[in-house]
Design a protein around this ligand. Structure first.
Ligand code: SF4
Length: 241
């Protein structure tokens, strides 16, 4: 079989982003099915969403690499060792690693800073949450793209993991950026291993014939790839486009 993936970094631009109101309100501290936002809050959300849409520039860089070593807490690819606690249990046997960096750019966070400076605090906070919802949506979309790319080769794709979440140390950003630098899309790392622009997400997923993907039904249910021939369950309302 032909090699399924190019191992060169690929820059993706013009990506779709769907901003889920429930997700944005969750960033604002609302709990779905418990809290009912007031009409004023919903109007503020509409205002922040309209403004946010003019300020986001979604883009991503993705790189596939063949896994050269996999142990209980170790994945090695491209000459870089990543230490991810429990990765073996989480992903099962994997043959390919996909690293990605996604961002919506820095215009939205600059506008948030201006609004804070002008003491327009409710709109500043809501716009910041819109940005968080947008970059989450972008990371989901990239995860779906990885799946769509790999599954025709009989390689199911795992869920994504990100440095600084769960048990994976944020200092591992350096290893992820060594595999997949963010500079081609304007994303850098500071000394504390946080990304700039702030509304950026770095992620890893993996693919393998026997990769552990028992989450697949929920993944397909919310996947953006409406016409995917490998879909295991119908898309629910969260498939935006
Ligand atoms: S519909 Fe399911 S199998 Fe198809 S790309 Fe999406 S997550 Fe993967």
């Amino acid at each position: 079989m032909a090699q399924p993936f190019s191992t060169d970094p690929q820059v993706l631009t013009g990506l779709p982003v769907a901003i889920d109101p429930d997700e944005v309100l969750r960033f604002q501290g609302y709990k779905k099915a418990v809290d009912t936002p007031s009409p004023e809050v919903l109007a503020l959300f509409d205002e922040a969403l309209a403004l946010g849409r003019t300020l986001i520039a979604p883009r991503a860089v993705v790189r596939w690499l063949r896994v050269s070593r996999a142990d209980s807490d170790i994945i090695e690819a491209g000459g870089v060792v990543l230490t991810i606690p429990g990765v073996d249990r989480l992903w099962g046997p994997v043959e390919w690693l996909a690293a990605a960096v996604c961002t919506i750019g820095d215009e939205l966070e600059r506008r948030v800073a201006e609004l804070w400076g002008a003491r327009e605090l409710p709109l500043a906070a809501m716009l910041d949450s819109v940005g968080s919802g947008a970059v989450e949506s972008l990371a989901e979309y990239v995860n779906d793209l990885l799946c769509q790319r790999a599954i025709p080769f009989g390689l199911p794709v795992t869920n994504r993991v990100s440095p600084g979440y769960g048990h994976w140390d944020v200092s591992e950003q350096k290893a992820l950026f060594a595999i997949c630098p963010g500079d081609s899309i304007g994303v850098g790392l500071n000394e504390a291993c946080f990304m700039t622009p702030v509304k950026s997400i770095s992620l890893l997923a993996a693919a393998g014939a026997r990769a552990r993907v028992d989450h697949y039904f929920s993944q397909c249910a919310r996947c953006w790839m409406r016409d995917c021939a490998y879909r295991r369950t119908p898309a629910t309302r969260t498939v935006h486009r």
